[in-house]
Design a protein around this ligand. Sequence first.
Ligand code: AMP
Length: 295
Amino acid sequence: MTVQIIRTIKELRLAIAAYRADNAKTTVGYVPTMGYLHEGHASLLRQSKSENSVTILSIFVNPLQFGPQEDLDKYPRDEQRDTSIAEQAGVDIVFMPSVQEMYPSSMLTNISVAEVTAGLCGFSRPGHFDGVATVIAKLFNIIRPDRAYFGLKDAQQVAVVTQMVHDLNIPVEIVPCPIVREVDGLALSSRNVYLQEQERQQALILNQSLMQVSSYIQAGLTTEQLIDKLKESIGQKPLANIDYVEIVAYPSMTMIDPKQILKGQNSSILVAVAVKFGKTRLIDNVLVNFSEAGE
Ligand code: AMP
């Protein structure tokens, strides 16, 4: 069956209801995106496809999650290409609402998740995660998926959405999916198209630096020393302008000393970076588990 393109909430609800009426065992997998799809998005779609009878992709560049100085207007878009990638991945429905459809009147309701949003992108992009949580809550209410797939490329976003779903008893399973990278290690991102050639070359330092993290932890570096090491390594690239390098417990996103993990707490640490190359802000991260760190 070819992919169904739907632009209104009403039609989407009818289409999903039809699937559910047709088969009581229907499970709906959902992948929210801002479009300009790449292999990272496709991996989420394929995972949803393999675990659910129906897969829905949404493409919506959500104004609520962009700051006034950010790239909302020039965010890359390509509906045709996105549709064909969705089709190849076996998506059943692509939901592409307009801003007017999603926000017909000004929003008087805001969902704000505390604590997990205190640092990292929550700190450097004020209001960003309110916008994310609010639109995701709306989309969850519209679609009512059984499972929703999110990339760990945006690890803090996974933590925020997981917390929101828990706090508000939203009946959906959040499925975190691994980061997909280019062969040379650059994490795939719709924003990579903005990068000039030299910027793209120098951006490889993000993954290269993050790959050293496990060995630094095993060598016994403290959080501060580890952050310094990463800043030094990334800072060697003249075009890199560091926004943040942070280390937090995951998924609580609380401050932590990596040594505490090694002493036996059964959790993960997230080492996350945000770095600007020219006008393009890239994020990347690595999750280190206690066992991986070798103790
Ligand atoms: P976006 O379109 O940037 O909002 O991303 C939509 C979803 O795709 C989010 O859950 C992202 O975390 C995920 N995603 C984006 N890039 C990647 C990647 N390189 N690997 C895995 N997931 C990704």
